[in-house]
Ligand binder design. Structure first.
Ligand SMILES: Cc1cc2nc3c(=O)[nH]c(=O)nc-3n(C[C@H](O)[C@H](O)[C@H](O)COP(=O)(O)O)c2cc1C
Length: 393
């Protein structure tokens, strides 16, 4: 038994399909771009359970323009991905423009998202990521250029951002208006500041404020959706047109089935027992082998998913440790076979928060960054380095 009808029926909600430019998304749910997670393998697993938009891991515009092998992998999609969604990160309008043009002219994408939410010190220290919207001139230039290039191919361009740098330096309302005026198809807000990293609780009130401030374009809410009920609660509380789900689906790609059910007004939820869970883990590993075309790399990658998949399930400590260090598909098969396949769904122990949390810390910024809202010459030089060696966030 893997699917349960819950008694509660207070999850019903009548939300229209999400419109992203010329794309209509029946289930208004977006898989949040997550570096190191939302590759073709993981997107396939999510897609098999429910509808929505499934965004790639972010790719830096510079690496894409240079056509590095890794960036070409990052923008690749399976042939049956109906909405090929790519997330770009960039700090230089010209390079971002070139990257968007490349995606359009070479038909690599149906939707492009720009990332303005990365809180990682090595990025913000140079003015990139979540630090960037503070500089209104640069932010405007990047978004306008990207929208212009995307519109040549009729592609919707969206942006994803945080509330700001910290509570005293909030950027989301201004950035949202600038993006709307530039012609973006939607704006997504993660209800945390860069300082918060992934700690504390996402501030859904800020999402409601953005929704109110931008009545004329879709606004998507992001942060701390761990269940279909959370998604419905966010829509009710904020009035958003759709939700963006990240960590909640780590180890639970079937959450997309729950989300689809909930948005359709159904109480049906997916509750995998151990046998189904083990099959899902093995399949994820196999798909990663296809994605990377390298068994060693694929198995190194699946290790980080083990604690998420087995959260709440009875697995001996020794077996857990071996799963977290699994070297080959064959060993994985043998380890999974040691699990008690008769075990049912563990209930709420398998649900709730997982993945990155961290603790709040002051965002590293270039000298004088907060003094004004435009980029100085020195800062422009530093920014060039804000696109090197970036890996999500
Ligand atoms: C491992 C990991 C990688 C991430 N990579 C990206 C990324 O590449 N681009 C991006 O915009 N956000 C990235 N994020 C942020 C998520 O998209 C999302 O905004 C954040 O996790 C909050 O949503 P959640 O509470 O549903 O997880 C990442 C988050 C995690 C945990």
């Amino acid at each position: 038994m893997t699917v349960t009808d819950l008694p509660s029926s207070d999850t019903k909600l009548d939300l229209p399909p999400l419109k992203l430019g010329n794309i209509t998304v029946d289930t208004p749910v977006v898989l949040a771009p997550m570096a190191g997670i939302t590759n073709t393998a993981f997107r396939r697993l999510c897609r098999e359970h429910g509808g929505g938009v499934f965004v790639s891991e972010m790719v830096t515009s510079r690496a894409l323009v240079e056509r590095t092998p890794e960036s070409m992998r990052l923008i690749s999609h399976d042939p049956d991905e109906q909405i090929r969604s790519v997330q770009l990160y960039g700090v230089d309008p010209e390079t971002v423009g070139k990257a968007v043009r490349m995606l359009v002219e070479e038909d690599h994408a149906d939707h492009i998202d720009l990332n303005f939410g990365c809180p990682v010190a090595k990025v913000t220290r140079r003015g990139g990521g979540a630090a960037l919207p503070w500089k209104l001139d640069l932010f405007t230039d990047i978004v306008q250029t990207a929208v212009r290039e995307a519109s040549v191919g009729g592609l919707p361009l969206t942006i994803k951002m945080r509330k700001g740098i910290d509570e005293d330096h909030l950027t989301f309302l201004e950035a949202g208006r600038i993006a709307r005026d530039a012609g973006v198809a939607a704006v997504a807000l993660h209800g945390r500041t860069a300082n918060q990293f992934y700690s504390g609780k996402a501030d859904w009130d800020s999402i409601a404020r953005l929704r109110e401030a931008l009545p004329d374009i879709p606004v998507l809410g992001n942060g701390d959706i761990w269940s279909a009920e959370d998604a419905i609660a966010m829509v009710r509380q904020t009035g958003v047109d759709g939700v963006v789900v990240g960590r909640g689906c780590q180890g639970r790609p079937w959450l997309f089935g729950d989300l689809m059910a909930a948005f359709e007004g159904s109480d049906t939820r997916h509750r995998p027992g151990m046998a189904e869970l083990a099959a899902a883990v093995y399949r994820h590993a196999e798909l990663l082998v296809d994605t990377f075309d390298d068994e060693n790399k694929a198995l190194r990658d699946i290790r980080k998913h083990m604690a998420w998949y087995f959260k709440g399930y009875v697995v001996g400590g020794d077996l857990r440790a071996k799963l977290a260090a699994v070297p080959t598909l064959e060993v994985l098969r043998g380890l999974l076979d040691q699990l008690d396949m008769s075990e049912g769904y563990p209930g709420t122990d398998a649900e709730g928060p997982r993945g990155r949390a961290g603790s709040p810390k002051r965002t590293a910024l270039p000298a004088g960054w907060l003094d004004n809202r435009t980029v100085s010459n020195t800062q422009e030089a530093e920014l060039a380095g804000a696109e090197l060696d970036v890996s999500g966030g």
